[in-house]
Design a binder for this molecule. Structure first.
Ligand code: RIB
Ligand code: CA
Length: 348
């Protein structure tokens, strides 16, 4: 069982990461930190609560983070994730309440009360983890492991030519975090899942079809490039229906970017790595973040060869088997969806 603090900017792929973790018997989510990024922080928190309802989850703390990055104004990306950050999905508003402590305080309190037991997963900007480090400087030693979805190393950015979104929203926070984790022993270096590897995780329509079939949902789930704009899922299973409507928006965005009718599932991949680091091959490197470059600000720079004379501070995920990941995702989420909403049951 892995105790997890999950820090998300929910987000379409963050949504799938949350559902995957809720579907995973080896995941014990002890707290969800809502971070401003894809959409504003209040919307991120509302999305997190709404997904907990869809998944009939037990009470799990959802804390609200800073409304803005450490230094620069917030930039959101509704064109990528939709006006509410969950694509075309329309989730019933939740009656659950957010935590009365901030995301940063929750981070600090949970690592103090579970020393050496919590794995941190960040699939959004690193704002609230950086704020937590100010509250608890010993956090890197108190955390069992950290997995970050972010950055681009020998690879083009998706936000500027050199910069990946999570880092670009709050480069100062990213530098604080990478610097702070320079002190941990090699076996507990943060695992960084950057675009180099997460853009190999290409969800296609057949993955959704397999997910629907595994969940016993009907009719067969398809999201085709030729579908009309107003097409929405008719899946009998609410988990399949809502995820499909979310992913449909993401696939349209990727197609419009010339990437094909696919969607890069960055965050659920990082979530799977948090549960099982053996899913990736990694290489140690010293990583720092460019803050002053006029063209390269927010770039994550990896020193693979020790040229800076500084010891490695991260393990960069370099290789994986995307098909094995999708098999795991479809099996876990499909079986979970079927348990929650049995095929023979009425359509809630
Ligand atoms: O660059 C991809 C990352 O930025 C993902 O985490 C996505 O959800 C966005 O936050
Ligand atoms: Ca995200």
């Amino acid at each position: 069982m892995t105790k997890l603090v999950v820090d998300v900017d929910t987000g379409i792929d963050d949504s799938l990461a949350l559902v995957f973790l809720l579907a995973s018997p080896d995941a014990d989510i002890v707290g969800i930190a809502s971070t401003a990024g894809n959409v504003g922080v209040a919307q991120v928190a509302a999305n997190n609560l709404a997904w907990l309802d869809v998944c009939q989850a037990p009470p799990i703390e959802v804390a609200v983070g800073s409304p803005v990055p450490l230094v620069i104004p917030l930039r959101t990306t509704e064109d990528t994730h939709g006006p509410q950050g969950i694509g075309f999905a329309e989730l019933p508003p939740s009656g659950r309440a957010v935590s009365d402590r901030s995301a940063a305080d929750m981070w600090a309190d949970l690592v103090r009360s579970n020393p050496g037991e919590v794995t941190g997963l960040v699939t959004g900007p690193l704002t609230n983890l950086a704020l937590a480090l100010r509250i608890e400087p010993d956090l890197p030693h108190l955390l069992q492991r950290l997995v970050v979805m972010g950055g681009a190393f020998n690879y083009a950015g998706n936000t500027t030519p050199t910069t990946e979104w999570n880092i670009s929203v709050d480069p100062e926070a990213a530098k604080v975090v990478f610097d702070a984790f320079s002190v941990v022993p090699p076996e507990r270096r943060p695992i960084v899942c950057a675009l180099d590897i997460t853009e190999r995780i290409e969800m296609r329509s057949e993955h959704l079809e397999r997910l629907g079939a595994r969940a016993g949902s009907s009719p067969a789930e398809r999201v085709d490039a030729t579908d009309p704009q107003h097409a929405r899922s008719a899946a009998s299973n609410p988990v399949v229906r809502h995820l499909s409507d979310a992913v449909r928006f993401y696939m349209t965005f990727h197609r419009q970017q010339g990437l094909g009718h696919i969607s890069h599932m960055h965050d659920p991949f990082a979530a799977a790595v948090a549960l099982d680091p053996s899913l990736v091959a990694t290489r140690p490197a010293t990583v720092d973040v460019e803050l002053a470059g006029t063209l390269t600000r927010g770039m994550t720079v990896a020193d693979w060869a020790g040229m800076w004379g500084r010891p490695p501070n991260v393990d960069i995920a370099c290789d994986t088997n995307p098909d094995a990941f999708f098999d795991l995702l479809i099996e876990r989420v499909g079986d979970f969806a079927a348990r929650l909403y049995p095929p023979e049951g009425a359509r809630p």
